[in-house]
Design a protein around this ligand. Sequence first.
Ligand code: IPM
Ligand code: MN
Length: 368
Amino acid sequence: MKKQIVLLPGDGIGKEVMNAARDVLTAIAEEYNHTFSFETHEIGGAAIDQFGTPLPETTVDACKQADAVLLGAVGGPKWDNNPSHLRPERGLLGIRKALDLYANLRPIKGFKNLLHASPLKEEVVAGSDLLIVRELTGGLYFGTPSERRDNGQSVVDTLYYTRKEIERIVDKAFQAAQGRSGRLTSVDKANVLESSKLWREIVEEKKSQYPDVKVEHVLVDAAAMKLVTNPSHFDVIVTENMFGDILSDEASVLTGSLGMLPSASLNETGVGLYEPVHGSAPDIAGKGIANPVAMILSAALMLRYSFGLETEAKLIEDAVQSILDAGFYTADLQIAEGRKVNTEEMTKLIVDYIRTLNTSKCIASCYY
Ligand code: IPM
Ligand code: MN
């Protein structure tokens, strides 16, 4: 299989973890006789520095022509005081909008031997395995106009959705639930927000089309509580952009580290953008200690969703699992036992596993 992949490393640890994903994909390509060609472009702060804009047109054009896009992370203190249109985050929001990536899938599954790394009790997080389907191109993030009024004494952000925008994300979530254990939780604030009332109506309308899916509605505040008190209650959660942003960071504590969570952002034509849930982590950027797993697992999602390469995707996921099982961990995981490794070492362990296909024991024993 021949595929053209655009890499958008972005800022901070984005650059470091992107190298890791590239190494893993190169190993996969060689093992399975695929041709993956990579083209790197700038986004975020790096693009502001180089081109004076967080999202250069050349980047957008390259992404539109690619088979898939991998993104590291954007942002950093250097650009924190920039005006809104010159903030790195604008690049990320802009590329999501330009590619119409309305469906953000964030799978959250606790790794067995990392459960104790979660600040939550092990018995609470055990068995949690959920998928957050976050609407990504509407809501408060894109409502116009966002503006200061009355000489800065008042401010407005708009939560705007069209029926079509809600329908397509709800359909996506029902389909995802069909492929999993058939339970869908729609999260809203229908006791207050008009947008949530329409959201709830649409979920109710759609459910007859998916008789095999069991649907419930949960208010976002209650959902936030349930996520940390009884996470295994959830299978698929569908929700609007801002709620999904907040809940997915919250859900990340189930896995012990934000550094473990991949995400896929999909549109209707199939060009997907894959990125870790974590940010650019300026505090550890440049130290070579970032956890590359979220980025590597994002590359696995790309193989699965954009290229249909299930075997290859699964191998990457198995490799990650085996290396963690063997006791290797990066600095972000609060683990007492095992062996702490840096970004490069973690990547090499995963790559070696892929290249030798099944020798996790050997790899582990070589290091101990
Ligand atoms: C995320 C991030 C972004 C978001 C920021 C960086 C704009 O937090 O992908 O979750 O809010 O969507
Ligand atoms: Mn976020």
